[in-house]
Ligand binder design. Structure first.
Ligand SMILES: NC(=O)c1ccc[n+]([C@@H]2O[C@H](COP(=O)([O-])OP(=O)(O)OC[C@H]3O[C@@H](n4cnc5c(N)ncnc54)[C@H](O)[C@@H]3O)[C@@H](O)[C@H]2O)c1
Length: 360
């Protein structure tokens, strides 16, 4: 993800109404081959295998941290202690206790901190959010929000740190994909009040990439059947996070349904927005979206956006909000929202363990 973010800065000239110019100055990684990739970025003059050297650099204002989950707490708190602003990766600590300690560190430091979650910056997601905020969908019937991968269907794919509880966290797919599913519902104020979880494990062993096999113990799929309160009414909200979803590569989706209106968007069809309307007849209206991103770009309005575009939009939101220039546009996930996702994940683990509905 570090390289993905660096690429977004490298084509910052695409943004036409952003008054902040990030300069990528330094990178830290344990792997020298990863560091060597940053030779392609002339401004990145400090490359180190010791991130503490980077934190000691007085030229640096903001640090983005993308490391395995068991390292989040230590590195995030070190960034704050060094007096830098932080762009954290999800899940914002390996578990709820870590997330709460990070939040306490954020509050004590007074630094500007947000958490990565780029999918809501897709034009279709922005439209779904705006329609939900505007209301007028009648009596709310249900909300489904999720993120599907098929990354674990191949049993021969070597294990990495995301398949081990020790490094990914007991939450597994919840930690990995949960922020993506929870971000828009939480921003809309739709926090689950109680939930029932169905969690499934993936393959128990995988190749270790060195000729042997290794045990894998994380949850791969999570279905959270929850209740939330929308305008004083209890509404079913289903949160889906899957690493075993046949056919899906990196599909984020949301569906919001009421008796009079609704909206549906999936990144599997990034140009397509479905809007439900009910009159004498019922209609699902299909709109071909263009490049309706929150921060204007040189890209023509008819063209379709993709993952690198929403990553860049998320960074524009982070940097503009940090300068006080968000101007009512969609902001990145807050530390409080990140902790709220962990409260949901912790309740899901309890529900799975006890086979019960858990209140939040
Ligand atoms: N926002 C998204 O869409 C998205 C997508 C993928 C991953 N992520 C998140 O990004 C984070 C990293 O995931 P990834 O897929 O990039 O993992 P990765 O394994 O590809 O990269 C992690 C990097 O951290 C480096 N590293 C490990 N320990 C280090 C240390 N002590 N000091 C410096 N570098 C160290 C590794 O060498 C590696 O290059 C995770 O929190 C993950 O959940 C977010």
């Amino acid at each position: 993800m570090g390289r993905e973010m660096a690429s977004a800065f490298a084509r910052w000239c695409a943004l036409s109404d952003v008054t902040v110019q990030p300069v990528l100055t330094a990178v830290a990684d344990l792997n020298p081959a990863t560091l060597a990739w940053f030779d392609a970025i002339p401004s990145c003059t400090q490359r180190t295998t010791d991130y503490r050297e980077l934190l000691a650099n007085p030229l640096i204002d903001v640090v983005y941290v993308a490391v395995p989950h068991h390292l989040h707490e230590k590195l995030y708190l070190d960034v704050l202690a060094a007096g830098k602003d932080l762009f954290a990766e999800k899940p914002f600590g390996i578990d709820l206790a870590a997330a709460r300690r990070i939040l306490a560190g954020v509050s004590a430091s007074g630094r500007f901190v947000r958490c990565s979650s780029e999918m809501p910056f897709f034009p279709g997601a922005q439209r779904a959010f705006a329609l939900a905020q505007a209301g007028g969908m009648g009596r709310m019937l249900e909300v489904v929000s999720g993120f599907h991968h098929s990354s674990d269907l191949d049993p021969d794919k070597p294990a990495n740190w995301k398949r081990l509880n020790a490094t990914c966290g007991e939450g597994g797919a919840l930690n990995d994909l949960g922020m993506h599913a929870c971000h828009l519902p939480l921003r809309l104020g739709w926090k689950p009040t109680r939930l029932f979880a169905q969690l499934q494990k993936g393959y128990p062993t995988r190749p270790d990439g060195k000729g042997g096999t290794t045990a894998c113990d994380t949850w791969d799929n999570a279905l959270l059947h929850t209740w939330t309160s929308i305008a004083g009414t209890e509404v079913p909200l289903r949160l889906e996070m899957k690493r075993l979803a046949p056919g899906a590569t990196n599909s984020w989706f949301i569906e919001i349904l009421g008796t009079d209106g609704g909206v549906r968007f999936s990144t599997a069809e990034p140009k397509t927005l479905w809007i439900f309307e009910r009159g004498k007849e019922q209609w699902w209206k299909r709109t071909e979206l263009g490049f309706g991103v929150p921060f204007k770009t040189v890209t023509g309005g008819i063209f379709e956006p993709g993952f690198p575009d929403v990553i860049q939009q998320m960074w524009a939101a982070y940097l503009m909000e940090r300068e006080g220039h968000l101007g009512g546009r969609f902001g990145c996930a807050t530390p409080e929202e990140a902790v709220a996702t962990h409260e949901i994940f912790a309740a899901a683990l309890t529900s799975q363990q006890n086979g019960t509905v858990v209140g939040l």
